[in-house]
Design a protein around this ligand. Structure first.
Ligand SMILES: [Ca+2]
Length: 335
């Protein structure tokens, strides 16, 4: 089946309370003024831009072979634990050296490690007509005491929004170029539910979006429980014109029923996407209608949006709360 995609868009960082240079960011340009973000109040920290179109894309075979010219993947270095059990002790990967990790070990109900993660808070739709208000409360993001981070979207009235959730980023804490970026996630499901694990260029505050670059490692809309998407957004290919591919599980199993590992391996002039250790997409500058903007540090984001142009809004079939559960986030450099 064809997929309908509005891809992750921009973040305009304005007036956020985070430490670091991003505080001074100007609101980023959006690819379509008719769908640009509303004016921000001073407390709102970020906006994604609008998805302005619904391109149809190929769905990858999860067992795809490494194409000619791609750098070698380590075929026996896949997820240390492909099942549903936790994997707090893993992380060794031949040919790579860990440079960032969070296994999310810690007492139940505590907030994620503030030396690694920054909460982005606020509502207003993030340019996508999203419905959630992101908070920094443990009700929306906290450890479960069993080695997992749980981001929870709740149906509740909060500062004018009907839903609350959380959005975490490593901006100002961990920003890096190249390497392998992976997370083991159990995603939620249901119409209007929109989890993502992604990266933005750390220069977004000065160059804006999409010139800063955006690499979406995993994105799903809850009405499509058997598909996830990997995408690049850059100048000339952003929003609905972004470059990406979708991938399914064998037998079209639902992603929400188990943990899966999502990764990119990002090198000079190439980004490769993996799902459970299997390559499903490779992009190089020749694939892009615009400039390759992935030669500078990016930061990571994890978020769980509710509603918006791409996923649509929750309806009577959508169950709340919904949870994005994160077993680990790890970043490696090649050695
Ligand atoms: Ca863990």
């Amino acid at each position: 089946m064809a997929t309908s995609l509005w891809f992750l868009g921009c973040v305009a960082l304005a007036g956020c309370g985070d430490a670091g240079a991003l505080d001074a960011a100007e609101p980023a340009d959006t690819p379509d003024a008719s769908t640009s973000a509303p004016e921000l109040d001073a407390s709102a920290s970020a906006r994604r831009d609008a998805r302005v179109d619904k391109p149809t894309r190929e769905i990858a075979d999860a067992g795809a072979k490494l194409p000619d010219g791609a750098l070698p993947h380590q075929p026996d270095a896949g997820p240390a634990d492909a099942g549903s059990a936790g994997d707090s002790q893993g992380g060794e990967r031949p040919g790579f050296q860990l440079i960032f990790r969070d296994e999310f070990d810690g007492p139940s109900g505590t907030l994620p490690d503030a030396t690694k993660w920054v909460f982005e808070t606020g509502g207003g739709g993030f340019g996508n007509n999203e419905l959630e208000h992101y908070t920094a409360r443990p009700e929306n993001a906290s450890l479960d005491g069993q080695g997992k981070l749980v981001i929870t979207a709740r149906a509740e009235s909060f500062m004018g929004s009907k839903y609350t959730s959380a959005r975490l980023k490593t901006a100002g804490k961990f920003e890096h170029a190249y390497g392998r970026y992976e997370a083991r996630l159990r995603i939620p499901t249901g119409r209007g539910i929109w989890p993502a694990f992604w990266m933005l260029g750390a220069d977004i505050g000065t160059t804006g979006w999409p010139a800063c670059g955006e690499i979406d490692i995993m994105e799903n809309i809850g009405s499509e429980p058997t598909l996830v998407h990997g995408t690049l957004h850059g100048p000339g290919y952003s929003g609905g014109n972004s470059i990406g591919k979708s991938v399914e599980l064998p037998d079209k199993a639902r992603f929400t029923d188990d943990f899966h590992e999502f990764a990119v391996e990002w090198e000079v002039d190439v980004v490769r996407w993996y799902m459970d250790g299997k390559l499903y997409q490779t992009r190089t500058p020749k694939d892009l209608p615009g400039k390759w903007v992935y030669d500078h540090p990016h930061f990571l984001l994890l978020n769980l949006a509710v509603g918006g142009q791409w996923p649509g809004n929750p309806d009577g079939t959508t169950v709340f709360p919904q949870q994005l559960t994160v077993d680990y986030v790890r970043v490696y450099e090649r050695i």
